[in-house]
Design a protein around this ligand. Sequence first.
Ligand SMILES: [Fe+2]
Ligand SMILES: [Fe+2]
Length: 310
Amino acid sequence: MVELKTHVTHVAVRTTQIPLYKETALYYRSDEGEWVLYKKPGEIISQHRLDTERIPRLFILTEDRESAAVEIQTSFNRILDESLGAGDVKTVHNCLVGIAVETLNEPRSGTMRQARRSVALLTRASTRDPAILKQITNLYHLDYTTALHSVNVMTLTLGFAHKVGYGWRRTLEFGLAALLHDIGKIQIPESLLKSPKPLTDDEFRIMRQHPIMALDVLDRAKMTLPKVRAAAIEHHERINGTGYPFGKTDISLVGQIVGIIDAYEALTNEDRPYRRAAPPGKALQILREETDRGYHMPSLYNRFLQSLSV
Ligand SMILES: [Fe+2]
Ligand SMILES: [Fe+2]
């Protein structure tokens, strides 16, 4: 199968993910610039082959993007399930970040379904053993991304839900809402998300649009769960009206919980080169002060504090 195309018909795949593709066809570009089929559906390129052979840069068809992302997520979910059973926290974390990356890269109904499954697997495992959430959040990572942040906010939110005693369904929805809370950021230019210096007023205005942009992304992905939508649009609102994008004071419970946990996670991680991470104690002190100033509900702050000391 050889075809010649001039517009963008193929997208590159990450080398680490090559062994995870089975049903997805992979292509490479010949010296003449033609797209050539490298692996047809049903075949697997093993890690061994990847390690020992010279394999060209591989691509998938643009139209296969969603199904390819779902295939990767399905593999991650299988590994996630196994490593949760084995108590392999590092692999659990890698799978969760991988699933978050695929969801953020390709927010469609298929990837959302797999993300929901990941949260369900983690919810089930952490119901049996809540300590696993803490171990996941405590893993240290050099490269702070939106995906990593989202996974951290999710594990902290699941810990909160367990502590408060939410039922299975509610816990799962809160976890998924937390995982997807920043999905609007995929509409924000990378240069702003990773800016090495503080943002200008204009840049801040754009950044603060991400909760509104989320609704569009969730619409396209057919994600209609009210809690997911509420968390995405309300997590930067504050009950005293000082938040954004609307400055509203009537904020849903999930919006408030994800909001306070998001603030905590952002404080304890080095998301920008010019901003140092605060140790957990310092971050909690800052949140306490914010609570005293009317940003958060005191009862929520207290419950979050308790959930951290599982
Ligand atoms: Fe946000
Ligand atoms: Fe966030």
